[in-house]
Design a protein around this ligand. Sequence first.
Ligand SMILES: Nc1nc2c(ncn2[C@@H]2O[C@H](COP(=O)(O)OP(=O)(O)OP(=O)(O)O)[C@@H](O)[C@H]2O)c(=O)[nH]1
Ligand SMILES: [Mg+2]
Length: 198
Amino acid sequence: MSQYPEARFIKSADAPSQFVPDTGAEVAFAGRSNAGKSSAINVIVNRRQFARTSKTPGRTRLVNFFSLDGDRRLVDLPGYGFAKVNNKLRNHWAELMADYFESRQSLRGMFLIVDIRRLLTEFDRQMLQFADAVGLPTHILLTKTDKLKRGQAAKALLELRRDLAGAATIQHFSALSRLGETEARAKLDEFLTLSPGG
Ligand SMILES: Nc1nc2c(ncn2[C@@H]2O[C@H](COP(=O)(O)OP(=O)(O)OP(=O)(O)O)[C@@H](O)[C@H]2O)c(=O)[nH]1
Ligand SMILES: [Mg+2]
């Protein structure tokens, strides 16, 4: 059974005026396009295709709000680094993200989804710096761990943890094998119970 039996999709927003009311607490899932954000959400809430996934990068183009229960939410953000989008769409994305991160009082933490085979991209680093600057706690799901041998996966985690130097917490994750689901849920619940401003 889902740990969040009341979880439901609320709405997709393409502009700040469409964001859901900024009350309660929410955690945003950010990361490179195709990194596995929507898949991670589905494992965490334990529902298939709750957030829509796709083999085609750039599937999630809108800010998708989900209710977990009461006034607690998950937000599936559109991925960045999608090569095929034109400049106009890229600028729209950047503006939408800036509006979201700068305005949301209910934002308690960020889950940054990183493909273990690619490690941190320049944009991931920018997101980390931004979160750090606004005091937003960040947790990294090093996903698609199933694609690497155990030793390689362990090495990647150690290197990244050293590289982060405490800027974010980090764990292995796999939407395929469900590795790390309990740890991810515990972190999500921790973020959602934080009071505003940490
Ligand atoms: N093997 C493996 N495949 C995964 C994992 N997580 C996601 N995938 C696959 O990676 C692809 C992209 O996953 P999504 O969850 O749609 O990625 P996303 O980050 O939401 O992508 P956008 O919405 O395009 O930004 C899909 O084909 C997934 O099945 C994982 O842990 N292991
Ligand atoms: Mg997605």
